[in-house]
Design a protein around this ligand. Structure first.
Ligand SMILES: Nc1ncnc2c1ncn2[C@@H]1O[C@H](COP(=O)(O)OP(=O)(O)O)[C@@H](O)[C@H]1O
Ligand SMILES: [Mg+2]
Length: 236
């Protein structure tokens, strides 16, 4: 079953269009990678799907058209977005950041339960719950960004360059967390990632974006073997 179907998506800033009518899909419970060089329009695509910038085209979530809906409504319907740069508030405590992730959740009890759950999954966040997010290490901040996004109980996680600025061993930890969330909860993930090797290892399917259009797509195994992908994104 397809969870997300994006068709003919155009997006940009003011009069400048940077995403030129792309199509992509994410199956329920699958991990999909969106690859491409800097400036290709990956972040713009993620923001358009999350409803953070105006866009044209169709975005179906579980068959429901959400293109006209606000960002908050999309969160309520099951889309959580971890923006590039993580989007956590450095002056706010870990706990406050998690609460902000649950801004669409009415039930305080559910927020408390979910927070406790994620503190159990990420014990370091419990330890640091009253510390400001800015005082955490880069890896801890990325775990906080993930936990914060999960506070809305999403079905689809949009994850924009989770490895940015992190040491290679921490990057592997972050991807392990994403893979575990996918395996244990069936969380569908659309991940933008510069490290094609890693993302293709985790993702089932991948899209390659070049200057605002999708120029290649297919099963990760196939793309990994494709010379031009290897050359452009794997550096081999
Ligand atoms: N806020 C913005 N205002 C104007 N142009 C932007 C803005 N953000 C990104 N762009 C431009 O849109 C294009 C695509 O950027 P982006 O989606 O961030 O690419 P990617 O995430 O693939 O690196 C780039 O040319 C970039 O300069
Ligand atoms: Mg980007």
């Amino acid at each position: 079953m397809t969870l997300l179907t994006v068709s003919g998506l155009h997006a940009g800033y003011g009069r400048i269009e940077v995403v030129h009518g792309i199509d992509l899909a994410v199956d329920e419970g699958s991990v999909v990678a969106l690859l491409g060089t800097n400036g290709a329009g990956k972040t713009t695509t993620m923001r358009a799907i999350a409803g953070q910038i105006p866009a044209r085209g169709s975005i179906l979530l579980d068959g429901t058209e959400i293109a006209g809906r606000s960002a908050a409504e999309r969160v309520r319907l099951g889309i959580a977005h971890i923006p590039q740069g993580r989007g956590t508030f450095s002056d706010f405590s870990v706990e406050e950041n998690l609460r902000l992730g649950a801004y669409t959740v009415g039930s305080r009890r559910r927020v408390a339960e979910d927070m406790d759950h994620w503190f159990t999954v990420f014990p370091i966040l419990r330890e640091r719950r009253r510390q400001s997010a800015g005082s955490l290490s880069g890896g801890e901040q990325q775990m906080l960004a993930i936990a914060r996004a999960l506070m809305s109980r999403p079905r689809l996680l949009l994850c924009d360059e989770p490895s940015l600025g992190l040491a290679p061993t921490i990057v592997r930890d972050v991807f392990k967390v994403l893979a575990d969330l996918n395996a244990s909860r069936g969380l569908a993930i659309l991940v933008v990632e510069q490290n094609a090797d890693l993302s293709l290892a985790v993702a089932r399917h991948a899209y390659v974006m070049t200057t605002g259009t999708i120029t290649m797509s297919g099963p990760s195994d196939t793309l990994r073997q494709d010379f031009s992908v290897r050359h452009a994104y794997l550096g081999v």
